[in-house]
Design a protein around this ligand. Structure first.
Ligand code: NDP
Length: 304
């Protein structure tokens, strides 16, 4: 299978590329930078979709980029880096004379309203309630194929929680303070912390790329999968387990207002609030998680 991965140079994309190449598939990355095994977004726009059996979009400016202050220009980049790239790919797929069989977008669980009690499956209804949920709505809408293209290309949206792995994402920023014994709960610590090991997210994407069985009865809407581990975890449980595995104290809670000052209140909600997300359809699809619980995931990431 030939797979085209927008943003494939990033944290999730590198893991997905490794997995697909190990299975004998060919990967081409779409990037802002030209290079071997890559095409640029400009080339995609001007030349159209190269021959491929599956396409994925993982491009997006990092929401927790510690080097960027929360301001209008950053918010604009968060939106355009996701929506414009997704639109470019979906339009190229729709215009292609030999479209891929599968088209996968990874979006986020920020579409679901944070709550200490509500539980969300892929079937839960939601409407935008803040900036990040509005971003999810526009991002997923940008992936939507017209009905004619949806007859030949399976559409999948995977809503990922915080992706944990050795090589990037949230762990990269968290490990140093935890190693130094400065780790602690964020805000009240009672907020759910939906997470997934990067290897499982890559596994769910790879599975979604597998040839679809499309029929006349297949609705022209995307199949949605929650990309989160099946174990519901709070920020307190995550903090204590990481501290236990690292054998470091976790006695310095970070108050919510400090997070809001450091990150901006609209962005701090990612860490100080959370959602209980259930991967109901993901489990029903038969996907077997390699790291279904936090202990096995963290041990793989930081060593036992
Ligand atoms: P990365 O932060 O590693 O970024 C992925 C790629 O996006 C980069 O390698 C880069 O590719 C491209 N990119 C970055 N900034 C821009 C920009 N301003 N304009 C266009 N392209 C840009 O992402 P992850 O691999 O961690 O995540 C993959 C996707 O999953 C993202 O869309 C992310 O929002 C989503 N997601 C991630 C979560 C996580 O915890 N990591 C949680 C939930 C969702 P290049 O430089 O080659 O152009």
């Amino acid at each position: 299978m030939r797979v085209l991965i927008g943003g494939g140079s990033g944290f999730v994309g590198r893991e997905l590329t490794r997995l697909l190449r190990d299975k004998g598939h060919e990967v081409t990355v779409i990037s802002r930078q030209p290079g071997p095994g890559r095409i640029t977004w400009g080339e995609l726009e001007s030349r159209g979709l190269p021959p491929c059996d599956g396409a994925v979009n993982l491009a997006g400016e990092n929401v927790l980029n510690p080097l960027r202050w929360w301001n209008e220009s950053y918010k604009k980049d968060l939106f355009s880096s996701r929506i414009d790239t997704t639109k470019t790919l979906s339009q190229a797929i729709a215009a292609s004379s030999s479209p891929p069989r599968s088209w996968v977008l990874v979006s986020g669980v920020a579409c679901y309203k944070p709550s200490l009690t509500a539980e969300y499956t892929e079937d839960s209804n939601w409407t935008p309630f803040d900036l990040l949920s509005q971003l999810c709505k526009e991002w997923e809408a940008a992936a939507f194929l017209p009905e004619s293209a949806a007859k030949t290309t399976k559409q999948v949206v995977i809503r990922a929680g915080a992706v944990l792995g050795q090589d990037g994402g949230a762990m990269k920023q968290m490990l140093l303070p935890f190693w130094l014994g400065l780790g602690g709960t964020l805000g009240s610590g009672r907020q759910p912390f939906p997470w997934i090991h990067v290897s499982d997210l890559a596994g769910i994407i790879a599975r979604s790329l597998e040839p679809p069985v499309l029929s006349e009865a297949t609705p022209p809407t995307p199949q949605v999968y929650n990309g989160v581990a099946p174990t519901i975890t709070t920020n307190y449980e995550f903090t204590k387990e990481l501290g236990r595995i690292l054998r470091r104290p976790t006695i310095f809670p970070v108050p919510k207002f400090i997070m809001s000052v450091l990150l901006g209140s609209e962005r701090a909600v990612i860490l100080t609030q959370g959602q209980k997300v259930i991967p109901m359809k993901t489990l029903e699809s038969g996907y077997q998680f390699k790291y279904p619980d936090l202990t096995s995931a963290l041990k793989q990431i930081v060593g036992s």
